[in-house]
Design a protein around this ligand. Structure first.
Ligand SMILES: [Zn+2]
Ligand SMILES: [Zn+2]
Length: 111
């Protein structure tokens, strides 16, 4: 399982950082996985931070809250074009997407 897949597990806008069914599934698959020290956990907490909320707001503002893939639906998710600068992303690394487009994005094979 790639880090990118883990990140996808909690992209819902009401993700409150709680452990969800998908997380439990993942933890069962990896019993020795140290959840609290994982990058995934840090990432989930990051999504609750003021810094992220502000960044999210700026990205949505830049994209006029419009999904940048279908250009019709209202964007609900912020997608990372890359994770190289995680926790300190420039806005160019982020893209506003609607939920269906975001899910498609993560289903497509990683080039
Ligand atoms: Zn869309
Ligand atoms: Zn994404």
């Amino acid at each position: 399982m790639k880090l990118k897949d883990l990140f996808m597990m909690n992209t819902s806008k009401n993700g409150k950082g709680s452990i969800k069914r998908k997380d439990v599934y993942f933890l069962k698959q990896k019993p020795n996985f140290n959840y609290l020290n994982s990058k995934y956990y840090k990432y989930k907490n990051y999504l609750l931070s003021v810094e992220w909320k502000e960044k999210r707001r700026l990205v949505l503002e830049r994209d006029n809250s419009l999904c940048q893939h279908c250009m019709t639906a209202t964007a609900e998710n912020i997608h990372h074009l890359k994770y190289d600068n995680l926790f300190n992303e420039p806005l160019e690394d982020l893209l506003s997407l609607c939920k269906p487009c975001h899910e498609k994005e993560h289903q497509s094979p990683i080039a």
